[in-house]
Design a protein around this ligand. Structure first.
Ligand SMILES: NC(=O)c1ccc[n+]([C@@H]2O[C@H](COP(=O)([O-])OP(=O)(O)OC[C@H]3O[C@@H](n4cnc5c(N)ncnc54)[C@H](OP(=O)(O)O)[C@@H]3O)[C@@H](O)[C@H]2O)c1
Length: 275
């Protein structure tokens, strides 16, 4: 039996739950979703608003909503009103927001993409501050399964040099970063599995050692990622198409529920139980 780390006792006491509930959690790790969390939403744009709807449907309460106009409230006093923070803002503000939450002792789930260089830093900060942190370039359950398919296909293609590989991603025009964080995760997985490729390049198909990523920006589309392996004989495509933002929002709320009462660094693989 896999023993899951137990939520800290004080969280149960804060919610007026009896010790038997705590004991029951030991045997039923998903029991934590039965209690209501107080959530701080840092970033109240397209994702923040969708997460709000999903969180409320799952019985949680939103106690803080932050956007650029009221970002001065991202301080310890306000953050401590929440059990967890969910951060979806912009690449330039994500690190600072995440560190503020961790410093206040609040667990954070962050979906903001485009700040990969300093995510590692934030992980170390979370460990130093005894809090939990989960960053994912994509919270959708489907995409996380797609990641596993991508790794498997790339490992099979390592010994098939006649196939060239390319990634294409399409997002809405307001998306600030390109390529998408998801495309970068897919590219990193391919690079780890195909030894003839050395790096990825945006719109760069000139060198056989570079994995080309093409980024399209089109009005009102939630996001598509396509990986193509092409030889003179045939093409294999794998495609993930998001139909709306609900999948990302649900994944972010599931992640916040999963890290409740835990400490350390987690990934969506932990949340989804992918080995
Ligand atoms: N990981 C995933 O599964 C996933 C899925 C979808 C999107 N994303 C990423 O999530 C991020 C947000 O996406 P979105 O579509 O929700 O963007 P959005 O609609 O532009 O919303 C961004 C929000 O962040 C706020 N904000 C900007 N700077 C801030 C700061 N310094 N402090 C606090 N709030 C601030 C904005 O406020 P104002 O509008 O007032 O400026 C707005 O409310 C992007 O990086 C996107 O790529 C990730």
């Amino acid at each position: 039996m896999k023993i899951h780390p137990m939520p800290v006792y004080k969280n149960y006491m804060r919610r007026n739950l009896f010790p038997p509930f705590y004991v029951a959690h030991f045997f039923i790790p998903s029991l934590h979703i039965l209690y209501k969390m107080k959530i701080a939403l840092i970033g109240y744009g397209k994702m923040g608003k969708t997460i709000e709807q999903v969180a409320i449907k799952r019985g949680h309460e939103i106690v803080l909503k932050i956007s650029s106009a009221n970002k001065q409230y991202t301080d310890a006093a306000h953050l401590k009103l929440a059990d967890a923070a969910i951060e979806f803002t912009r690449p330039e503000s994500a690190r600072e927001n995440v560190l503020k939450c961790l410093e206040a002792g609040i667990n954070v789930v962050c979906g903001t993409t485009g700040w990969n260089e300093t995510v590692e830093d934030a992980c170390q900060f979370a460990i130093n501050h005894n809090a939990a942190f989960l960053h994912a370039s994509n919270f959708s359950v489907g995409v996380n399964i797609f990641f596993e398919v991508n790794k498997l296909l790339a490992s099979l293609m390592n010994s098939q040099p006649e196939y060239s590989v390319a990634i294409e991603e399409t997002h809405h025009t307001q998306k600030k970063d390109a390529p998408s964080g998801t495309a970068i995760t897919l590219a990193d997985q391919i690079l780890s599995n195909i030894s003839r490729l050395k790096s990825w390049g945006l719109n760069n198909a000139d060198n056989s050692e570079i994995l080309p990523i093409t980024a399209h920006r089109i009005e009102n589309v939630p996001g598509t990622h396509k990986i193509s392996y092409t030889s003179a004989i045939d093409t294999i495509d794998i495609i993930h198409t998001a139909h709306n933002r609900d999948g990302f929002a649900l994944g972010a709320v599931l992640a916040a529920e999963y890290i409740a009462g835990k400490k350390g660094i987690f990934t969506m693989k932990d949340v989804l139980g992918i080995k």
